[in-house]
Every structure is written in structure tokens, then in C-alpha cells.
Design a protein around this ligand. Structure first.
Ligand code: ADP
Ligand code: ZN
Ligand code: ZN
Length: 722
């Protein structure tokens, strides 16, 4: 009797597709070619069963099986099935999201091994003859290679690209491929751990061999990375693999360098900045157990691990761990699910933990580890509020802030002016008639980008030229209102002639090379002013920075988003963490029109922990996450009446369930975007299990609605933006 293959396909349908097994046996988790309509698709065998509920005689026969062994198997397949159910997303799309792009089609697996460099016979002779002068980078390079080839990535710590090119040109070294794992290069020693760091590392190491979730709550600069390194060292010594997640692709080169140098091993990187083949190689090295350490961004949480030992999620509070499109998962939460399934410890680290994780500590689900002091001699920065009321502002900066900047520059130190808005000004307004530039498709203000002389919508990408006169009254009194990073850059440049001003935002970091070069140049010494958005708030080590000015605190204080308080606190504390990391103490200036705002007071007096405790209390009494469970059905359509009809029908399609409340249809925070009308239904439940029991039946009913095809809709379980 032939088996029936139930195949997951990368299509947005909540079903598996039945095929009769072909000549070759297809194991669960293998890729297989199958006919689909008039096309042929690559699918993944999700189940093998003896009979189909469909007429078997009419089932098509599956084609070639592409893998000898399952690509997705064991724990990973089980976790992905769980995720598909939990996030209410089609299994086919979930499984394909876990595969690197080049394995999503019928292509063969890329060659194993990693790029490496070896000493040529000419190089050995040159070294013996002392041709490269001792002590030079080239000599160091040849000496390191004398014991055998090294992975290209390992050499970064040893000799720069210039030395490598030079040696290559002289024929002293040659490229080769190394069967992973590479031999360890000498690891660079780090500082000895202090007691708090040692206690934290010991607790995690002692928990090896079973599931144990930890929250490493350590102030910025307290040496969390050193703790991760110690834990990973132990994990590697036990012959196990470690998985490290970092929030931002921009931070990965820096993290990779540090982990490679300190552990003396090749680190497999997984992020969207890599080429498809590189990514597939790293993925396979992880799957085969060849990569001892895998470091990546969000989607790296979906990587297979042959010999798992520990998972680390750095900056666990970071919003970029939430996938906001398609398969909407939270990488931090999935990491915990996987650690549990794998029976290994997981460390969630942050200086500003998410309220979710803090609530899990309170509920004794996570074990807290704390680092309360900065490592080494660094002092925590002092927070200072500057009252903006009745102050004359110069391009958004108050006199006390400008004085502080001048003093800092005078000492030869660095300043960071933080403003979470790029562009020159968020509004272009006519002073005569009140007209302002708006996006025709979103009805929101267009941001003025003065350098490029463009008006841009930051929501949909619409852009147009800047008018010379008011399109409404033909007047010439067009004013740029408010300030973005571009304007601050200009203003600071004019105020402090001769002092370099470096702007870091999405506009100045387009392209990987540009971004890496700019970010790499940041730690340099010398008086400088850095102006930047969120990108500068994260992780970068800026040893010469002693002053941070936060412009635009009030926007965070008055947002309607229930997470705004948490986000503002995290942002302020993270930006503050950039200051005074070396032995000079830092100062943080918060400019506000509401110096008496209660949240600011709590933050100033009690720090992030006090703020978080206060916000958690507010969430509890208001019945908000993490004390209530949310799912959000978002919909958009070209016609408003179609959207209304669909959402009203969706709301009435719900059968009453105890503990579940539907709110809406409600207008979306942006009721119009890119020309579409947008609205949503919020589902609230008192328990996760209640919500999970409710959603599948309701969503089946929604999918069966007659208007379903006329709207674009999606479901977001545990949404971060409402
Ligand atoms: P975090 O990740 O908590 O912000 P890092 O691990 O990056 O902190 O450490 C911050 C700085 O303190 C780094 O320059 C690091 O080398 C240094 N550091 C960490 N631990 C120690 C220690 N035990 N003794 C001295 N310096 C340390
Ligand atoms: Zn006008
Ligand atoms: Zn727009």
C-alpha cells in the first residue's frame, strides 16, 4: 500500500495537501516536488498517513524527494507546529519561514565548509627567512597560519583586510575551504568576572542539562556580555552548541567580532544582510552540529541545532524581536518555547527588561539574575531634567542643553543628541493660511527632507518635491515646524563651528557598507557631536561619550499607546547607558515641557526598575498585557463600506466564549495608509488558554465570510502595537 504524504506548501492556506507517495520514500521533514495546479512547487512533508479523506484515486503523485535526511525534524519541527497553532498561521508558511531562502526551492544544498586562509610554501619560506619584519601585522598573520589554516572570520581579530590583501598579493597565503569546525585560534582573554557576574554565570552553568529560563537584569555596562561569554565557554566545553540572538543587524558585526575574538572560534552568522548562500551554509552548519556558536537576528530563532546547549537573547526587551508581517511571531517567546522543548537553559538579558519578562519573574516562572553595578570603574550617569516652558529654543534645544554641550566639547569629550525622528522637520506649514503638506494616501504630515529637497511620508513611502509657494494660497510663508535629526545636525554645526557633527539615522546608513563604516567610526576619540535616532540608542560602545541630550521626551509621555511609558523608560535608560562608559561620569539631559510628570519623577528617583514596577501595577489594574491576553485582527480595504461590512460580520461570527471579549470594529491608529482604509477588532481574554481555545473556531468562521476576499486581513497574537 502506498502512503499518503501530507505536504506543507508555502501558500497562505490553512491546510496541508495530500499526495500519493512516488517511487522514492519521503520522510517527514524532507523537501519534495509536487504538482500544484498548473505549477510545480517544492513542499515539505509534514505527515505520512495511510489513507486520505479525499478520493485517493484522484490524488496526484508526489515528484522527486530532494533531501536524503529531513531538513526540518525533531524538536524544531515540533516547535514550528506549535508556533503555527499558537500564532494561527498556516503551517506551510511557518515551515518555509524557517528555511533559508536558497533551500526554499529545489536547489541542492551548498557545499559544506567555511572560507579559510592557509600559508603557502612561499609564505612558509618567507616566514623562515624573516621577509616580513617581525612585529608587523603581516608577520603576525603568517605566524598564526604556520600551525594550519584559519577561518577568514577568525583572522579579523588578528590582522586587518589590508594585511591579508598584501600577503595574498605576494603569494604568501591562499584562500582555501576548511571543513568546519575550524580549529580554535588563540582566544583573547577578558577581564576577570566580578562576584555578581560570576554568580550569574554559575547559576546558569549549574542549570545545564534541563530547561531553566533566566532573566539577566543588568544595568548598561554591568558586563552582561562577559556573563554570556562565560556561559557559552562552558557550553562549548561540554561539546554543545550555543545560540545567541541580538536585536539589530547593525549590531551583529560588532557582536561577531567580540565573540570570535574572545572565544577563538568561528561564529556562524545568520541575518538578512548576508547573501543567500552564506546564510544557507551557516544554517546547515548549525543543523549538522558543526557550528559551535550561532549568532543572529530575529529569524535565527528558527535555526535547527544538532547539539543544543544554551540560548541567549540579548536586549530581550527590543521591539525588533517581534515579526510584524506574515508569520507574526515573537522571537524571544519562541526562544523560550524552544529552550523548553530542547531541555536547555535560556538567558534573557537586558538593562531594561520587558514588562512581560519582569512579570514572569514575579510569577516565579523566570529566575532573576541581577547585575546592579557597572563593571570596572565606570559610574552611572546623572539624569537631569531641563524645563522647556517659556524657554527660547534654538532649533529645539534649550539654553542649558546648549551650555552643557559647549562645556563637554570644551573638555574634548563627545555628545549624543538623541532625537527619534529623521528628516529636517516633521511638518511643513503655511503661516498665512494654515495649509500643511500631507500624504495623499495616509492623511498624515509629510516630513521635510531638506538636503534632498523632498517631502516624504514615513508611513507609506510616498514622496514629492518641496513647493516654492503654498499650494493653497500661493503665499511664500512656508515654515518648517519641529525638528528632525537633519535640522539638529545643521543647527549644531552652525552653533559649534569646527566640531565634527555625525548624523546616524536610516538616511545616513543606507546600504550595508555605509552603515558598517559609519558605525565602526563611532567609538573614535576627539570632541564630536553625534546626532541620531533609535539606531544610536542600542548597544554601541562609545567610550568617549559623556553627555546625552534627549530631545522630544514629551512625545513618549503623551502617546496613546499603552506601551509608550515602557518604551520611553527603556529608550531613556538605554541612551543614558551610552554615556560615561569609561572612567568619566556621564550626564543625561531630558528636555520636557512637563517636568512634574509622574513617570519622569519615578524614573529619575527610582530608575528603570521603579518605573517598571509602577507600570506593571498600572497594567494590572487597567487589565492590560501581560495580565490580559490580546489578539488583534487587522483589516484594510480600498472601500470603507466593504471594510466595515467585513469587520462587523467578523465580530458577529464569534460565538460567545466565557472569558473572551471582542472590542470593535475600531479605527486603526492610522485609519488610512497608502490609500487603504484600516480598522481592527481587539480580542481580549483573561487567560492564554482561553484565547487559544477561542481563536481557531472564530478564524475559521471569518475565513468563510463572503466579504473575506475583498479585504486584506491578518491576525496578530500577542501584538506589540495596537
Ligand atoms: P553590558 O553588555 O552589560 O552593557 P559589557 O559586557 O559590554 O556590558 O561590558 C561593559 C564594559 O565593561 C566592557 O568594556 C567590558 O569589557 C567591561 N567589563 C565587563 N566586565 C568587566 C569586569 N569584570 N571587569 C572589568 N571590566 C569589565
Ligand atoms: Zn497658504
Ligand atoms: Zn503615506
Amino acid at each position: 500500500m502506498t502512503s499518503i504524504l501530507r505536504v506543507a506548501l508555502p501558500v497562505p492556506l490553512h491546510t496541508l495537501f495530500d499526495y500519493r507517495e512516488g517511487a522514492a520514500e519521503a520522510a517527514v521533514g524532507c523537501r519534495v516536488r509536487v504538482p500544484f495546479g498548473r505549477r510545480e512547487l517544492v513542499g515539505i512533508v509534514a505527515e505520512r498517513v495511510d489513507g486520505s479523506t479525499l478520493d485517493e484515486a484522484r490524488l496526484k503523485v508526489a515528484g522527486a524527494v530532494l533531501d536524503e535526511a529531513p531538513l526540518l525534524g525533531g524538536e524544531l519541527l515540533a516547535s514550528l507546529r506549535w508556533a503555527a497553532r499558537y500564532y494561527q498561521h498556516p503551517l506551510g508558511e511557518v515551515l518555509f519561514a524557517a528555511l533559508p531562502t536558497s533551500l526554499r526551492n529545489a536547489r541542492a544544498l551548498p557545499a559544506a565548509g567555511i572560507a579559510a586562509v592557509e600559508l603557502t610554501p612561499a609564505g612558509a619560506t618567507a616566514l623562515a627567512d624573516g621577509a616580513p619584519r617581525r612585529g608587523t601585522r603581516i608577520a603576525a598573520l603568517l605566524e598564526a597560519l604556520a600551525d594550519g589554516p584559519l577561518a577568514t572570520a577568525q583572522l579579523d581579530a588578528l590582522a586587518g583586510a589590508a594585511a591579508r590583501r598584501n600577503a595574498l598579493a605576494r603569494g604568501w597565503i591562499a584562500a582555501c575551504r576548511l571543513a568546519a569546525p575550524a580549529r580554535a585560534a588563540a582566544a583573547v582573554a577578558g577581564p576577570p568576572l566580578n562576584d555578581a557576574q560570576q554568580d550569574a554565570a554559575t547559576a546558569v552553568i549549574a542549570a545545564a542539562g534541563g530547561f531553566a529560563p533566566f532573566l539577566l537584569d543588568g544595568v548598561t555596562g554591568s558586563g552582561k556580555t562577559e556573563v554570556y561569554l562565560e556561559i557559552i565557554r562552558d557550553c562549548l566545553a561540554r561539546g554543545r552548541q550555543a545560540l545567541v540572538l541580538v536585536p539589530e543587524i547593525a549590531l551583529t558585526p560588532q557582536a561577531l567580532r567580540r565573540f570570535r575574538a574572545r572565544l577563538g572560534i568561528d561564529v556562524a552568522a545568520l541575518h538578512s544582510g548576508l547573501g543567500d548562500v552564506e546564510r544557507a551554509r551557516a544554517w546547515l552548519a548549525a543543523a549538522r552540529g558543526e557550528a559551535p556558536l550561532v549568532l543572529g537576528t530575529r529569524s535565527a530563532v528558527l535555526v535547527p541545532l544538532a547539539r543544543p546547549g544554551v540560548i541567549v537573547v540579548d536586549e530581550e526587551h527590543d521591539a525588533s524581536y517581534k515579526q510584524q508581517e506574515g508569520f507574526r511571531y515573537h522571537a524571544r517567546d519562541l526562544a523560550v518555547v524552544r529552550a523548553k522543548a530542547l531541555g536547555i537553559p535560556i538567558v534573557l538579558g537586558s538593562a531594561t527588561p520587558s514588562l512581560e519578562s519582569l512579570a514572569n519573574v514575579d510569577a516565579q516562572r523566570y529566575r532573576p539574575l541581577r547585575l546592579d553595578h557597572r563593571a570596572g570603574r565606570a559610574q552611572p550617569p546623572a539624569l537631569r531634567v531641563v524645563d522647556l516652558r517659556r524657554q527660547r529654543l534654538q532649533h529645539g534645544l534649550a539654553a542649558p542643553a546648549i551650555e552643557a554641550i559647549a562645556a563637554c566639547i570644551g573638555r574634548g569629550e563627545q555628545v549624543l543628541v538623541f532625537r527619534n525622528r529623521r528628516g529636517y522637520a516633521p511638518v511643513l506649514l503655511c503661516h498665512d493660511c494654515g495649509w500643511s503638506a500631507r500624504c495623499p494616501d495616509c492623511e498624515r504630515a509629510l516630513t521635510l527632507h531638506k538636503r534632498e529637497h523632498r517631502l516624504r511620508c514615513h508611513h507609506c513611502g510616498h514622496e514629492e518635491g518641496v513647493p516654492n509657494a503654498c499650494p493653497s494660497c500661493a503665499g511664500l510663508a512656508l515654515h518648517a515646524l519641529g525638528e528632525g535629526t537633519e535640522r539638529l545636525e545643521d543647527a549644531l554645526g552652525a552653533q559649534f563651528p569646527g566640531v565634527p557633527v555625525v548624523r546616524v539615522d536610516r538616511d545616513t546608513t543606507r546600504g550595508r557598507r555605509l552603515r558598517d563604516a559609519l558605525l565602526d567610526s563611532l567609538p573614535e576619540a576627539g570632541a564630536r557631536i553625534l546626532v541620531g535616532t533609535q539606531m544610536l540608542a542600542k548597544g554601541h560602545d562609545l567610550p568617549h561619550l559623556t553627555l546625552v541630550v534627549v530631545v522630544g521626551v514629551d512625545e513618549g509621555l503623551y502617546s496613546v499607546d499603552f506601551r509608550a511609558g515602557e518604551r520611553l523608560g527603556q529608550l531613556v535608560v538605554q541612551v543614558a547607558g551610552r554615556a560615561g562608559r569609561a572612567d568619566r561620569p556621564g550626564t543625561v539631559i531630558l528636555q520636557t515641557h512637563d517636568p512634574a510628570h509622574p513617570l519622569l519623577g519615578v524614573l529619575l528617583n527610582g530608575g528603570y526598575r521603579a518605573l517598571a514596577a509602577r507600570l506593571l501595577e498600572e497594567r494590572r489594574s487597567a487589565g492590560l498585557p501581560p495580565f490580559t491576553q490580546f489578539a488583534l485582527l487587522r483589516a484594510e480595504a480600498p472601500q470603507q463600506d466593504e471594510l466595515d461590512r467585513f469587520l462587523r460580520a467578523a465580530a458577529s461570527a464569534a460565538t460567545a466564549a466565557p472569558g473572551v471579549t471582542l472590542h470593535g470594529p475600531l479605527a486603526a491608529p492610522m485609519p488610512r495608509r497608502a490609500g487603504a482604509w484600516r480598522a481592527q477588532i481587539l480580542v481580549e481574554a483573561d487567560e492564554r488558554s482561553t484565547l487559544q481555545a477561542f481563536l481557531p473556531g472564530w478564524l475559521d468562521a471569518v475565513r468563510a465570510l463572503p466579504d473575506e476576499r475583498r479585504v486584506r486581513w491578518s491576525i496578530d497574537v500577542d501584538p506589540v502595537d495596537l
